[in-house]
Ligand binder design. Structure first.
Ligand SMILES: NC(=O)c1ccc[n+]([C@@H]2O[C@H](COP(=O)([O-])OP(=O)(O)OC[C@H]3O[C@@H](n4cnc5c(N)ncnc54)[C@H](OP(=O)(O)O)[C@@H]3O)[C@@H](O)[C@H]2O)c1
Length: 243
């Protein structure tokens, strides 16, 4: 059976994806920092779907460990889904370099080593699938969250380049740009409820996009329209929005 490695598997979006892909016949390796939570999740997924599910430690900030981690799973891995991310404290990070650095590393640079190794392996094999969860926040820097947004912009560009490089070898690279999704990431934020999607909706959209061989996915779909408008607003007008 094909195996999908899920980085940041405790994330709400990743959990919904794990269930959906397991139901579609994938075995899973759940990677993350909290082994106790991952093990409980693995058991639950196995009970619900009968698929083989195991776990592995992964911390985006511990890049010196990533080569050994990839070596330990690469032979049996056919796909990688990356759902790692933090919003971080955007206000504190304006003046706290360590906090700013953490936002950039967890959302972007800390993910590059493992995804680059996966890209090399899949390129040699002439098949494979990489799904990176970026964000609509990477489409245009906003005054309220430009550190997270710039990290996601970097991650989006990285995935776009990876896709171009790997296209001749038949490896699919899917960039996912969710809008607002119900998860701990949005806790405590005052947001219009009608704009908040469920993790299950995003997981369904991701599975459909994989099946159709899509390259970039906005989820739910209407974020493509919203971001088209946002990206084309004149800078002078955009700067006045308290977004
Ligand atoms: N929710 C939204 O509205 C929204 C919108 C657009 C994009 N996204 C993106 O969707 C992805 C999934 O987010 P979510 O909404 O499901 O949020 P979530 O439930 O808060 O998940 C975040 C994940 O990132 C992991 N993580 C944080 N720091 C890490 C580190 N140093 N090393 C490894 N893993 C780390 C967390 O692991 P721990 O359990 O160990 O903390 C958790 O698995 C993220 O990339 C996020 O940026 C979310």
């Amino acid at each position: 059976m094909p195996l999908m490695l899920i980085l940041g598997a405790t994330s709400e979006i990743a959990r919904a994806c794990a269930l959906r892909f397991a139901q579609e016949g994938w075995d899973l390796c759940l990677a993350g920092r909290r082994m106790d939570v991952l093990q409980a999740l693995a058991q639950e997924l196995h009970d619900k779907t009968g698929r083989a599910v195991d776990c592995m430690e992964f911390d985006a900030l511990a890049s010196s460990t990533h080569a050994a981690l990839w070596d330990s799973v690469k032979d049996r891995t056919d796909a990688v889904l990356c759902a790692v991310g933090i919003l971080g404290d955007q206000i504190a990070a304006r003046h706290d370099n360590a906090a700013a650095d953490r936002i950039l590393r967890v959302n972007f640079t800390g993910l590059v080593p493992l995804l680059s190794m996966a890209a090399d392996t899949f390129e040699q094999r002439q098949r494979g699938l990489i799904i990176g969860i970026s964000s609509v926040a990477g489409d245009r820097g906003r005054g309220s969250n430009y550190l997270y947004g710039s990290a996601k912009a970097g991650f989006t560009a990285f995935l776009s380049g990876l896709r171009a490089r790997l296209a001749p070898s038949g490896v699919q690279v899917l960039t996912v740009k969710p809008g607002l999704v119900a998860s701990p990431m949005l806790e405590g934020r005052d947001l219009p409820p009608y704009l908040i999607a469920s993790p299950e909706t995003v997981a369904r959209d991701i599975a459909n996009a994989v099946r159709k061989g899509r390259r970039t996915l906005y989820s739910p779909w209407y974020w493509r329209v919203i971001m088209l408008v946002v990206k084309h607003l004149p800078e002078r007008l955009f700067m006045r929005l308290k977004a």
